[in-house]
Design a protein around this ligand. Structure first.
Ligand code: 5GP
Ligand code: ZN
Length: 113
């Protein structure tokens, strides 16, 4: 999608340092990090949110989690632990309407909600 921020970042239109990239997925640091490690794992396919995924996206979602797991190892937070988050629509505070998996770690994150 032409006017989608994460489409433009993941397809290289907006130059960004990738922590990981393959044909289907790009991962890059969050611009406003909430933890010492805060990386966004983003599919190159435009999907607005988890609410719009279909069965055909199952493998892609699994790959996103595997990228997060491997980045956690690379960043040295696998042993201490980390959080993976898909904010979905308004009540979760989703502000970018292109699916992204947050990888957060490097400190004690506190309990959810
Ligand atoms: P959401 O609340 O939609 O799950 O989170 C969107 C995230 O994208 C936020 O944590 C925000 O800091 C991040 N973000 C917004 N704009 C940009 C940008 O232009 N570049 C990067 N790297 N991250 C962004
Ligand atoms: Zn998009």
């Amino acid at each position: 999608m032409d006017n989608c921020l994460f489409c433009r970042i993941s397809n290289g239109e907006i130059p960004t340092k990738f922590e990981y990239e393959d044909d289907e997925i790009a991962a890059f640091a969050d611009i406003n990090p909430k933890a010492p490690v805060h990386i966004l794992i983003v599919p190159k396919k435009h999907i607005p949110s988890i609410a719009e995924v279909t069965d055909e996206d199952t493998e892609l979602l699994g790959k996103m989690i595997m990228v997060a797991k491997k980045l956690a190892e690379v960043k040295g937070i696998a042993n201490t632990g980390y959080r993976l988050v898909f904010n979905t629509r308004k009540h979760a505070g989703q502000i970018v309407d292109h699916i992204h998996l947050h990888l957060l770690g490097g400190k004690v994150l506190g309990s959810m909600a």
